[in-house]
Design a protein around this ligand. Structure first.
Ligand SMILES: [Fe+2]
Length: 299
């Protein structure tokens, strides 16, 4: 009997180690490019290809991730959208800009996530399954990551800073009205600064945020933004086979934790994210991802 219990314990232990190695070494570097077509343009318009990047949580040593992001330029996006959490290290700005590489020469939009401001803290990697990371920020008042430097570099490249701001840009042959908010996960969202009907004369109206909080999604939709882009959820990061996402780490429902869905009359794309906190370096049944969103004419 004791021998059987010992064997069972050894097998369970070996499976646990194998699962951890798979989640931290294999799946965490098994990048996936998702592809969607979204019929929101006026009939007869040219299609517009958006590359949606989010949650790289970059540390300087992540060469595979850096090279993969850089390779995405080959898909010829007309517009790049970065929904934040790009950094996870004080020296990560240069590697992140290196990852963007030729993508910086394309039109772009960006917002920050909490992790662009505050460095990651050691924690139980599975803690988010029972507790939102929101509480971790309550005692942290002073940002300690170089978010200003990151934003300055993206603005210098011509990307539109949408942190509680709005503006216009041209991508492909289309004129885009875009608005965004800073991260609601740390209470820096100020929707009132961008509130009001989206420009009806633009070819397409895009709302951008880090965390897909329903109260903000609904305000963008009510103001007429027909495409909403967000990240933050990591798609759940540790998911269950045949069940999927366990938690979203914000107010959105599990069914919309990643991928394309509807929010009333708007389309919503939530990126499952490219990375992980260096203190939770595992992904399970939830491969790191970026997405190509081809906006096409309505039928
Ligand atoms: Fe993130």
């Amino acid at each position: 009997m004791l021998r059987r219990i010992g064997t069972a314990a050894a097998v369970t232990g070996a499976l646990g180690v194998a699962g951890l190695v798979y989640a931290s070494v294999v799946e965490r570097n098994w990048f996936r490019l998702r592809h969607y077509e979204i019929p929101i343009l006026a009939p007869g318009s040219d299609r517009l290809r958006i590359l949606h990047l989010s949650d790289a949580h970059l540390t300087p040593g992540r060469r595979l991730l850096i090279d993969w992001i850089r390779s995405l330029d080959a898909h010829n996006p007309d517009l790049v959208v970065n929904t934040g959490d790009s950094l996870a290290h004080p020296q990560a700005v240069k590697p992140f800009l290196d990852a963007l590489g030729p993508l910086l020469d394309r039109p772009g939009l960006f917002v920050y996530g909490s992790n662009d401001l505050f460095s990651p803290q050691p924690k139980n990697p599975a803690r988010y399954l029972w507790r939102s990371s929101k509480a971790d920020y309550r005692k942290r008042k002073i940002p300690d990551l170089p978010w200003r430097e990151l934003g300055a570099a993206m603005r210098e490249a011509g990307w539109l800073d949408l942190n509680n701001q709005k503006g216009h840009l041209t991508a492909g042959n289309l004129r885009i009205a875009a608005a965004g908010i800073h991260d609601s996960h740390i209470g820096l969202d100020r929707y009132e600064k961008i509130a009001g009907p989206a420009d009806p004369t633009a070819d397409v109206r895009i709302g951008v945020m880090h965390s897909p909080e329903p109260r903000n999604l609904d305000r963008f939709t009510a103001d007429g933004y027909e495409l909403l882009l967000a990240g933050h959820t990591h798609g759940g990061q540790i998911c269950l086979p045949f069940y999927g996402t366990l938690v979203t780490n914000c107010g959105i429902d599990r069914a919309r934790a990643w991928g394309l869905s509807r929010n009333g009359t708007s389309w919503l794309h939530v990126s499952g994210g490219l990375g992980t906190s260096p203190y939770a370096p595992v992904r399970f049944c939830c491969r790191p991802e970026a997405a190509l969103l081809d906006l096409i004419p309505r039928a």
